[in-house]
Design a protein around this ligand. Structure first.
Ligand SMILES: [Zn+2]
Length: 384
């Protein structure tokens, strides 16, 4: 490690120490991190100048004399915006450095491949900034999550047949958004935000059950993308040879059996109503739900056999799954080749409505935490 790395490393250690402790004095920091007081002071001054930390002298001093100054980490020092674009809606969030949601807006908007739609995305971003009162200078960027396979290097949608966005670029989606942007596969964003919420999981597969089926898998906390674009395209595993036609052109994929519209189409496109009717015990609805759970249990079993990891039921269906977990788990148990119990590894998602948008925003906050503390060098900076 060279001198610059050491300096930057010290700054990061101090910042993350404050982030963990929420509040600490210079002396606490110097003692715990084994750094000299001048080094701690210089770094704290720098972080305070960047408005990343604040200071106050409120800690009681038992032996009298001047109260020591306590420094605090500021989670909302920087924020990011996430957009979740689907066929029928746009969800927007602003979240802070800890992934907490400062503002969430749901808007029913039919997706269209038009200039007017792109303008509307720009307006949504402006609207959520205005309604949240967040200062523009704090905004790190806007993560745009869409259904479709994304080429991250070339930043475009390679295959976007779910909402007709094939070939669309990050630059195109961002045309009316005056911030840094990233284009993100919706299933990756959802899995990413779920993994951030659950610190005990390190290997997991997130099943994104929305208007189309996707997923993401995490090994040792990192998303696995494979060598190409097709990792975790669970929707196109085959359930029924020669079965229902899938949007991909094949027959019998899981997608036409498990996408959330299979259920919502029975209640005028409204998934909330569908689950209300499940609760009321309406026969045709409960029967469709039971079939759905059977098929979902098959998919869960196949994923378990492939990855052997925890499996999270997410997406639109994940928002309603909690009270049906026992039924689903017993169906999964009935299909287990090894007699293991699904209660050990199958769980509902924690993020119920805004996982995709939050995950999309999280790319910017995480990037900031990992790299943006690497600041320009100053000549008076000491390394001791
Ligand atoms: Zn398919």
């Amino acid at each position: 490690m060279n001198i610059i790395d050491i300096k930057q490393n010290n700054r990061k250690r101090i910042y993350f120490f404050l982030r963990e402790r929420l509040k600490a004095t210079k002396q606490d920091i110097a003692y715990n991190l084994q750094l000299s007081l001048p080094t701690v002071t210089q770094n704290l001054t720098y972080l305070a100048e960047q408005d990343l930390i604040s200071s106050e002298s409120k800690i009681a001093n038992k032996v009298g004399g001047r109260n020591p100054v306590a420094y605090s980490y500021i989670p909302e020092a920087k924020v990011a915006i996430g957009l979740d674009i689907t066929r029928h809606h746009v969800k927007s969030v602003i979240s802070d450095l800890d992934g907490n949601i400062i503002k969430y807006v749901y808007r029913r908007r039919e997706y269209q491949r038009t200039e007017a739609y792109l303008q509307m995305l720009g307006q949504e971003v402006e609207a959520i900034i205005l309604s949240s009162g967040v200062e523009r200078s704090k905004i790190l960027g806007v993560g745009i999550a869409v259904p479709g396979l994304i080429d991250h290097e070339k930043e475009y949608v390679v295959d976007g047949r779910v909402i007709d966005n094939t070939g669309m670029t990050r630059r195109g989606f961002s045309k009316y958004i005056p911030f840094d942007t990233k284009l993100i596969h919706d299933s990756d964003a959802a899995g990413y935000s779920e993994m951030n919420k659950n610190q005990t999981l390190h290997n997991a597969c997130y099943l994104n059950l929305c208007g189309s089926i996707g997923g993401s898998v995490f090994f040792h906390d990192n998303v696995y993308l494979g060598d190409g674009l097709y990792s975790c395209e669970f929707g196109h595993l085959n359930l029924v040879p020669n079965g229902r036609r899938c949007y991909c052109g094949q027959k019998g994929c899981f997608d036409p059996y498990l996408n959330s519209e299979v259920l919502s189409q029975l209640t005028d496109g409204n998934l909330f109503t569908f689950f209300e009717k499940v609760d009321q015990g309406e026969l045709a609805i409960t029967s469709a739900w039971d079939d759905y759970l059977d098929n979902l249990a098959t998919l869960v079993t196949e994923i378990r056999m492939m990855f052997g990891s925890s499996i999270i039921i997410g997406g639109d269906i994940g928002a309603y799954i909690d009270k049906h977990m026992n039924t689903l788990r017993s169906k999964v148990d009935g299909k287990s080749p090894f007699g293991e119990k699904a209660v050990k590894y199958l769980m509902p998602c924690v993020n119920k409505n805004e996982a995709i948008a939050t995950g999309a925003a999280r790319y910017f906050t995480q990037e900031f935490l990992e790299s943006a503390l690497v600041m320009p060098e100053t000549s008076e900076f000491s390394t001791d």
